[in-house]
Design a protein around this ligand. Structure first.
Ligand SMILES: Cc1cc2nc3c(=O)[nH]c(=O)nc-3n(C[C@H](O)[C@H](O)[C@H](O)COP(=O)(O)OP(=O)(O)OC[C@H]3O[C@@H](n4cnc5c(N)ncnc54)[C@H](O)[C@@H]3O)c2cc1C
Length: 414
């Protein structure tokens, strides 16, 4: 049986980067992937445009990863967003920066990112084995025996597990790595959906499907506590709400939803104070005194929202502006500042963009990504327990931890 220096399991961004780095350091590396191609999930990232990273500073990165931040400091410092950008630019892949520091290839095609990774793999002589699924790892005296099913085995000195989470399982990420890590003695923290749309119980939500609200603010209330979002865009779906603003805050909301339902209030006019809206309402109602109420509301909310709005207010949509009472105007004001929804759940983890939870960080050395339970085993990417917002942070985590795992595994062989 041939003995490899390093076997990397999973050809997602973390696994590919780990294999490239170990290959660059002259090791004899094999990358095994259960699919018949590499980067199946990477291909669909950023709506197939691939938001590879963010221009944020190291400190901002730490902040985005919250209490997980410190663990990733070495990985981000070793292979930063700047180094990742140079890594792609060196191969002629031009990059551009969009809103909030999100970095994309100028081609707007994830395929071009995958092509560069493929080139690096070939150049560094990484052997690739597709349609190959790791089933089990057996520790032998001074190597690992990898069971690939059908009596197929590989012998290897080091293993880097980069099998991803359990989201979008059709891409190959079905949680195999968690089971394998568990059998090696690792703890897996509870898996939760991250960057996931939320469900609302209001039956009329279907009628709002497809409406985008721009620049709104969300206040989630539960018990006596509340969580307030930044301003951003929300999209109504047939079951509830989605869009960047919702996905980013969903990581926090999902944890609360375990125990209770959450009341959501959407501020449709976060730029305006109550008195400012009151004044605007009053002047519009006076200037257009003969206009029907439903037509006047077009000045304040998207057309398709008006029927639900009038129903919730209990105001006759055909009522003339000059017949709307002060009390009714106050209700309109309140609804504009706090449009209510009842959030009962999120979509399931297989429909979430990322998996929060995974291999317990305390059991991984953050300087090397090596297991503290079984030496010679390394972790990279989404298999590790963390939860980050959208904006390119998840892919940078995969690339940075992959790089560090590949480098440490290779250096450890010298
Ligand atoms: C729709 C969508 C859009 C996204 N967009 C972005 C974005 O624009 N920017 C961003 O930062 N993040 C984005 N993400 C998140 C990002 O894709 C993940 O964080 C990232 O892919 C994780 O990389 P990984 O290498 O750890 O795992 P994965 O990309 O999941 O790769 C794991 C690989 O391991 C293979 N594998 C699993 N088990 C085995 C086994 N037993 N044997 C062999 N191979 C195995 C799988 O087939 C898979 O190819 C998005 C996610 C989704 C679902």
């Amino acid at each position: 049986m041939k003995l490899y220096d390093i076997t990397v399991v999973g050809a997602g961004p973390a696994g590919m980067m780990a294999a490239i780095r170990a290959g660059q350091l002259g090791k004899n590396v094999i990358l095994i992937e259960r699919n018949d191609t590499l980067g199946k999930k990477l291909k669909i990232t950023g709506s197939s445009r691939c938001n590879i990273t963010n221009t944020a500073s190291l400190d901002e990165f730490m902040e985005k990863f919250g209490k997980n931040g410190a663990f990733f400091r070495s990985a981000f410092a070793t292979f930063s967003n700047r180094r990742l950008m140079s890594f792609f630019k060196d191969r002629g892949l031009k990059l551009k920066v969009e809103e909030n520091g999100r970095v994309f290839p100028v081609t707007d095609k994830s395929r071009s990112v995958i092509m560069v990774l493929k080139d690096y793999l070939s150049e560094n002589k990484v052997k690739r084995d597709y349609n190959t699924r790791l089933i089990k790892i057996k520790k032998k005296k001074d190597y690992f025996s990898l069971d690939l099913g059908n009596d197929n085995h590989i012998a290897t000195k080091k293993v880097i597990l980069a099998t991803g989470g359990v989201s979008y399982p059709s891409t190959g990420s079905t949680g195999d790595g968690f089971e394998i890590a568990k059998k090696l003695g690792h703890k897996i923290t509870p898996l939760k959906p991250g960057l996931v749309p939320l469900k609302a119980s209001e039956t009329w939500i279907k009628e709002l499907q497809g409406i985008t609200l721009q620049n709104v603010r969300l206040t989630f209330k539960y018990g006596k506590k509340k969580i307030i979002s930044d301003k951003g865009n929300l999209i109504f779906t047939h079951y509830g709400i989605s869009g960047p603003l919702v996905l980013d805050i969903s990581n926090e909301i999902v944890s609360i939803l375990k125990n209770e339902t959450v009341s959501l209030f959407i501020d449709l006019k976060p730029e305006m104070t109550f008195p400012e809206i009151e004044e605007k309402l009053l002047s519009e109602f006076e200037n257009r005194s003969k206009t029907e109420f439903k037509n006047l509301m077009k000045l304040f909310i998207p057309n398709r929202m008006i029927p639900i709005f009038t129903e919730l207010l209990g105001i006759d949509p055909k009522k003339k502006a000059n017949q709307v009472t002060k009390g009714e105007r106050n209700s309109i004001l309140n609804l504009l500042k706090a449009f209510p929804l009842t959030i009962t759940d999120s979509l399931s983890i297989d429909k979430a963009m990322v998996t929060c939870g995974g291999v317990l960080k305390k059991e991984i050395n953050p300087q090397t990504m090596e297991s503290k339970i079984v030496s010679g085993i390394y972790f990279a990417g989404e298999i590790i327990d963390f939860c980050a917002p959208s904006g390119g942070y998840n892919l940078q985590e995969a690339f940075s931890t992959g790089y560090l795992a590949g480098e440490s595994a290779a250096e450890n062989l010298d």
